[in-house]
Ligand binder design. Structure first.
Ligand SMILES: Cc1cc2nc3c(=O)[nH]c(=O)nc-3n(C[C@H](O)[C@H](O)[C@H](O)COP(=O)(O)OP(=O)(O)OC[C@H]3O[C@@H](n4cnc5c(N)ncnc54)[C@H](O)[C@@H]3O)c2cc1C
Length: 375
């Protein structure tokens, strides 16, 4: 086939370009150049890291050489919520921790050495203008899919989350991280409306993020305001960790009001169009699943293209299936009150008492097994 076009150079679009490249003479990635959420903590879960390494062999080593630390999600992680803290022990769930910006740059570097992949810093206005045999739509959250491809989904499940992310970068060595490398205080409405995340990133730095559920954005303009919010995170640990450190960057703010899951109606999608990434599922970011789900979809695309049996309809049916568990976790975790939420809370309370159950939770979260099978 001659030409494939990817709309959007985020994680989904970049990874898709890699798997298209052996099957097309030319692959063009169009990007209008804005990934505003990049300045906030972006965890790539373990299954996402495995897919990334399969797509770009050696990339994990390059990330480690760039100064990304390996984190054990039990041993190196102090993870607290309203009910207490999760156990710490040697687990099999280990990932490299990096900024979204570095991850993106590394992937672009890998693609830049592939002769049939081209980048265009342009906004695509219409699919018909692209004159390609295949168009991969990977324009991210809030991409106006209906305007580009017609009304192609049969259902859209929208949930309001009203989260504000506020982040700074610090030097790791100025933080009081005694005996652990990353810290989570889980936001959990309605009990905890404030949460905090401290994650190491490359080069001796750490991303420090406060996540707040608020219907209207509250005043938080200075570092002093940020520290005031930090003091309100229950348990006091988040504030203790950062109180003697000075931020290296200005504060980045991102507001995410809704999550959505779009169930595509495969019959309505024109031949030659593939839809992936946040265009399909824009999840609650606190569970860190978005990039991994995008990579799972790209892995599926690769398998179907390589089997020479590719058809858009089957691809989108399978893609809908990949989104089920991430969406359930995102939905249940976002709800203030529901039967699912009560079960999740009880389950997490048990995880705080049992390493076995906690390990099961980590494996499900990291895409290493389904809820029924991971133990
Ligand atoms: C605050 C926040 C924190 C998050 N934390 C995590 C996390 O810890 N872990 C995780 O896995 N996920 C996280 N996510 C989710 C993650 O950001 C997304 O799932 C992921 O970026 C999806 O990748 P994508 O390629 O589909 O979209 P994006 O990364 O958003 O990329 C879309 C690209 O398309 C381009 N584009 C859009 N329209 C056009 C057009 N018409 N023409 C050309 N280009 C266009 C945009 O410029 C953009 O570069 C978080 C999200 C938010 C908001």
């Amino acid at each position: 086939m001659t030409k494939a076009v990817v709309i959007g150079g985020g994680i989904a679009g970049l990874a898709a370009a890699k798997v298209l490249s052996p099957h097309f003479k030319q692959v063009i990635i169009y990007d209008k150049g804005e990934i505003k959420q990049s300045l906030h903590q972006h965890v790539l879960l373990k299954s996402g890291q495995t897919i990334l390494e399969n797509l770009f062999p050696g990339i994990k080593k390059k990330l480690a050489l760039a100064g990304c630390l390996e984190i054990d999600w039990a041993k190196d992680t102090l993870w607290e919520n309203f009910d207490g803290s999760f156990p710490r022990y040697d687990s099999s769930v280990k990932t490299l921790s990096m900024s979204r910006i570095l991850l993106q740059k590394m992937i672009i570097k890998e693609l830049a050495s592939m002769p049939n992949i081209q980048f265009k810093d342009e906004r695509v206005e219409k699919i018909a203008d692209l004159e390609a045999s295949l168009v991969v739509v990977a324009g991210g959250q809030n991409f106006p899919l209906n305007r580009f491809a017609g009304s192609v989904y049969s259902k859209e499940k929208i949930l309001s989350i009203d989260l504000t992310y506020r982040s700074y970068v610090f030097n790791q060595n100025e933080l009081q991280l005694d005996g652990f490398k990353q810290y989570y205080y889980q936001i959990d409405p309605p009990k905890s409306l404030l949460g905090g995340v401290i994650c190491p990133i490359e080069d001796g730095k750490a991303m420090v993020t406060i996540i707040e559920k608020e219907a209207r954005v509250s005043k938080c303009e200075s570092y002093e305001d940020f520290l005031n919010k930090a003091r309100q995170i229950p348990g006091g640990k988040f504030y203790e960790i950062i109180k003697n450190a000075q931020p290296l960057t200005p504060m980045a703010t991102f507001r995410k009001t809704n999550t959505y899951r779009r169930i595509l109606d495969e019959k309505k999608i024109a031949k030659g169009i593939v839809i992936i990434g946040d265009v399909l599922n824009s999840l609650n970011p606190v569970f860190g699943q978005g990039m991994t789900l995008s990579l799972m979809q790209v892995e599926l695309l690769e398998k179907m293209l390589s089997s020479k049996n590719f058809d858009e309809k089957n691809f989108h049916i399978k893609c809908n299936g990949l989104g089920v568990i991430p969406y359930l976790l995102s939905k249940t975790g976002s709800e203030e009150k529901s039967f699912g939420k009560t079960i999740l809370r009880l389950y997490l309370q048990l995880c705080q008492k049992s390493r076995g159950l906690h390990h099961h939770f980590l494996k499900v979260l990291h895409g290493l097994g389904s809820p029924g099978k991971a133990i």
